[in-house]
Design a protein around this ligand. Structure first.
Ligand code: NAD
Ligand code: MG
Length: 396
């Protein structure tokens, strides 16, 4: 394996930390160029001391001063850079081979696009960037020759089970007939609408199988995560909504499946641990260790599958509808959901208000053709503003 230089966008998050754990097993082959964080500056300082990157990116002057203070006793050859522009710079830096896009939410869009535009190997975890600007991001990557490898466990599973060259067009002359997207169903699987209306933030933040950041954990509980993943799969593999089946699989062992014309179904399995897709994507097209313990099917004994509960978890259908509508519909869906989840995380609104905010925002904000970045950023801003007014109305 040749030496690789990596930028990790969002290194202090759940995916960022798991990426560094995998890299720690392969220090001879990987060097870190840049690490970035929005908060958790003490943790970022510890990562800088361990990994000695060339650049660390933080949001503002105050954060830069705090990071510098933490690093005072440890003289490093490190440049501390500030803001969104710096994030895009470290994603596009010429000497960097691989960019791990692991910022949460729309904040990751510009650096992810910068990596796609610079022909990098782009390990994509930041699904919101793809949901809000799918056509643009995929077109940008194709034009620059960037290699997109999905990190999201389901999409990474599909990537592993599809024929080569599946990115952008998995259905062209391949015999692929369906993508089956699995999901655990989250902590509230089987709950009635009445039970859902009184669930707490604390309950929503405990995922049965995966340990993740707070935003995606709430998305998993509403099934919006599965909805965003439907849109993600459509863009990554050139699928339409009706070429995707969502299957609830509470054990999270089968990470997704592909049906072929001859009746064959190929699946990727493994313990629910993000280090597996991360190691796969980093090493691809080779393989390397991830530190994940081997799968023990006999002790698991049982794998279950069921249909999603569309009525009690309306976010899933909302995502299918937004993708079918096209244009900026998915940008609006994503923005409304980010605003609603943030309000839920601050305990301003209840759990069942999340889809309400999304439904009202989708109804109130007009969809446009989404050809360029400016239109997408405008739609994102308009939808956020609209969603905030709905949240205020719900509070008062
Ligand atoms: P997290 O909240 O644990 O970490 C997010 C990271 O982004 C942190 O480093 C944080 O400092 C940084 N960040 C947050 N806001 C920022 C901003 N405004 N500007 C710049 N940086 C900012 O999130 P996570 O669970 O690691 O998820 C990251 C992304 O990966 C999300 O898009 C999520 O949907 C996706 N993903 C996560 C998992 C998982 O297992 N955690 C699985 C699949 C996909
Ligand atoms: Mg996933």
């Amino acid at each position: 394996m040749t030496d690789r230089l990596v930028t990790i966008l969002g290194s202090t998050g759940s995916i960022g930390e798991s990426t560094l754990e995998v890299l720690a097993l392969h220090r001879d082959h990987y060097k870190v160029y840049a690490l970035t964080a929005y908060s958790s500056l003490q943790r970022l300082a510890e990562q800088c001391i361990e990994w000695q990157p060339s650049v660390a990116v933080v949001p503002d002057e105050k954060a830069a001063a705090t990071l510098a203070e933490y690093l005072k006793p440890h003289p490093l050859n490190l440049r501390i850079a500030i803001g969104e522009h710096a994030l895009a710079m470290v994603a596009a830096e010429e000497s960097v081979d691989t960019v791990v896009a692991a910022i949460v939410g729309a904040a990751g869009l510009l650096p992810t696009l910068a990596a796609a535009n610079s022909g990098k190997k782009l390990l994509l975890a930041n699904k919101e960037a793809l949901v809000m600007s799918g056509d643009l991001l995929m077109k940008t990557a194709a034009q620059s020759g960037a290699t997109v490898v999905p990190l999201d466990s389901e999409h990474n599973a599909m990537f592993q089970s599809l024929p080569g060259n599946c990115i952008g067009d998995a259905f062209g002359n391949t015999g692929v007939v369906k993508l089956h997207l699995t999901g655990s169903g989250g902590p509230f699987r089987g709950y009635s609408q009445e039970a859902l209306s009184s669930v707490t933030l604390e309950q929503a933040l405990v995922h049965p199988n995966w340990s993740m950041g707070p935003k995606i954990t709430v998305d998993s509980a509403t099934l919006m995560n599965k909805g965003l993943e439907v849109i993600e799969a459509c863009h990554l593999f050139g699928a339409t909504g009706d070429q995707i089946e969502v299957i609830i699989h509470p054990q999270s062992i089968v990470h997704s499946l592909i049906s072929y014309a001859d009746g064959s179904v190929l699946a990727q399995m493994g313990n629910p641990d993000m280090r597996t897709p991360i190691a796969h994507a980093l090493a691809w097209p080779e393989r390397m260790g991830s530190g994940v313990k081997p799968l023990d099917l006999v002790s698991l004994a049982k794998l279950e599958f069921e249909a999603p509960d569309w009525d009690n978890f309306p976010c899933l259908q909302l995502a299918f509808d937004a993708f079918a509508e096209g244009g900026t519909a998915c940008t609006i869906l994503n923005a409304a959901n980010e605003v609603a989840v943030e309000a839920f995380l601050k305990e301003k609104i209840g759990f069942t208000a999340i889809p309400e905010v999304v439904i009202n925002t989708r109804a109130g904000v007009l969809t446009e053709t989404a050809d360029d970045l400016e239109t997408i950023l405008n739609a994102d801003a308009t939808a956020r503003q609209f969603a905030h007014t709905i949240v205020h109305r719900l509070i008062n």
